[in-house]
Ligand binder design. Structure first.
Ligand SMILES: [Zn+2]
Length: 132
């Protein structure tokens, strides 16, 4: 079971900038990574267009997801920002987190957190985020 997420500093530093660039909307991206024991080590960041119609939501570009997965076989996490509110999953996030194979990373007010989906409608468990 996944116990922590290791986030390289250069990717961690890019997240608040992507979040700011998308304002007032949510920013979103996919991350690639590899497992190392009980850790998920993030290795790449692929910013996505936010295809959601609503202002307080995000939707990753499915074409980007498929392309990235075909090329890397390593899509490991979904990242998005909360323009207002805290870096914790919203009720909408919980409803959309059906894939237990992907970690969720959230940035709000300069703070970034990691979460493990527990399955359809069951919310998230927090994951320690370790800088690398
Ligand atoms: Zn959210």
């Amino acid at each position: 079971m996944l116990a922590r997420v290791v986030l390289p500093r250069e990717i961690a530093a890019a997240l608040p900038r992507l979040a700011a660039a998308a304002l007032p909307r949510e920013a979103c991206a996919l991350m690639t990574g590899r497992r190392s024991g009980d850790a998920l080590v993030i290795t790449g960041l692929a910013p996505s267009s936010n295809l959601a119609a609503a202002g307080d939501a995000f939707e990753i570009d499915t074409a980007l997801h498929l392309r990235l997965q075909r090329r890397t076989r390593a899509v490991a996490a979904i990242w998005h920002s909360h323009p207002s509110g805290a870096a914790i999953p919203s009720a909408r996030d919980a409803a959309g987190a059906w894939d237990q194979g992907l970690a969720w990373i959230i940035t709000a007010r300069g703070e970034t957190t990691a979460w493990l989906p527990l399955g359809e409608g069951r919310g998230f468990a927090p994951l320690p985020l370790v800088p690398a």
